[in-house]
Ligand binder design. Structure first.
Ligand code: PXP
Length: 257
C-alpha cells in the first residue's frame, strides 16, 4: 500500500536543537525572551511550513528546552504539543500543568547527547503505571518511546498507553543488509502494535535520505524529526526545511499551499 491509500504521514518537528544552540550562548538565563535563536519563532516557522505538531523534551538537566519555553509555546502556537518527558515527579507535575496534547515517556540519562535507546517499559512498568494513569486522567494522550520489540509493545499496551513511538536509531545507524533488517524489525513491530490498537509513531535519526525507506513502513502515523530538519534550516530556513521534509514523507500528495 502507498501513502494515498493510507492517509498522509504526519510530521512532528522536534525543536530541542534550536534551544541547544541558544543555550550554547545563554546557558544560565531563566527568561528566554530575546535570546537567539528563539524557539517560539522556530515553532511558528514549523507551523507555517506545514508541520502537524511540535515536539519538545524538557530534560531534568534543562540542557536545551527551559520551563519558560514550554509554557510560551503552549500559549502562542496553534499546533499540538508533544511533550517528551522522563518519568520523574518533577517533570510529571509540569506536564500536568502544561496539558500538552501528548506526552511521550522517554528514558533519560545525564551523559547521553540525545535520547539513546528506548524506554524499558517491561522493566519499569510498576514505576510507569501511576504516571500513565495521571497523564491519561488529565486528558493527555500517552506514548512510549520504545525499541521495536514485541515485549515492549505488549507492556506499553497493558499499561494503557494509546501510542508508541518506535525508536528508529538502529535503522538510521545501519547500512546495507543490516538496514534492511532493521526496517523489517520496524515493520513487524508497527504491525504488532497496530494489532494491539496502538497508534504507531516513529523517530530518531530520520533524515532527508532515509525518509525514502521509512515512509513505506506501515502502519505509521507520525514521524518526530529534529536534528536533520534543524540542520537543514540553517541553510534554507525552517519553513522550507519543514515543507521539504513533508514533501519527501508524502510524495504522492499534492504540495501544501
Ligand atoms: N523522538 C524522540 C522520542 C526523541 O527523543 C528524539 C530526539 O532524540 C527524536 C524523536 C528526534 O530525533 P532526531 O533529532 O534524531 O530527529
Amino acid at each position: 500500500m502507498n501513502a494515498s491509500t493510507h492517509g498522509a504521514l504526519k510530521l512532528g518537528v522536534n525543536i530541542d536543537h534550536v534551544a541547544t544552540l541558544r543555550q550554547a550562548r545563554y546557558p544560565n538565563l531563566l527568561d528566554t525572551h530575546n535570546c537567539e535563536p528563539d524557539v517560539l519563532t522556530a515553532a511558528i516557522a514549523c507551523q507555517n511550513g506545514g508541520a502537524d505538531s511540535i515536539t519538545i523534551h524538557l530534560r531534568s538537566d534543562r540542557r536545551h528546552i527551559q520551563d519558560a519555553d514550554v509554557f510560551r509555546l503552549k500559549e502562542h502556537i496553534h499546533l499540538p504539543l508533544n511533550f517528551e518527558m522522563g518519568n520523574t515527579p518533577e517533570i510529571l507535575a509540569i506536564a500536568l500543568r502544561l496539558l500538552p496534547r501528548e506526552a511521550c515517556l522517554v528514558p533519560e540519562s545525564r551523559k547521553e547527547i540525545t535520547t539513546e535507546g528506548g524506554l524499558d517499559v517491561v522493566g519499569q512498568s510498576s514505576e510507569l503505571r501511576d504516571t500513565v494513569m495521571a497523564l491519561r486522567g488529565a486528558g493527555i494522550r500517552v506514548s512510549m518511546f520504545i525499541e521495536p520489540e514485541i515485549k515492549q509493545i505488549e507492556a506499553s499496551a497493558k499499561l494503557g498507553a494509546e501510542m508508541i513511538e518506535l525508536h528508529t536509531g538502529a535503522f538510521a545507524n545501519a547500512m546495507g543488509a543490516n538496514q534492511t533488517q532493521e526496517l523489517e524489525r520496524l515493520e513487524s513491530a508497527a504491525r504488532e502494535a497496530h494489532a494491539f490498537g496502538l497508534q504507531v509513531n516513529a523517530g530518531h535519526g530520520i533524515n532527508y535520505s532515509n525518509i525514502a525507506l521509512i515512509r513505506d513502513v506501515r502502519p505509521l502515523s507520525d514521524l518526530n524529526i529534529g536534528h536533520s530538519i534543524v540542520s537543514r534550516a540553517l541553510f534554507i530556513g525552517m519553513e522550507a526545511a519543514v515543507s521539504e521534509m513533508l514533501a519527501l514523507m508524502n510524495p504522492s500528495q499534492p504540495p501544501q499551499e
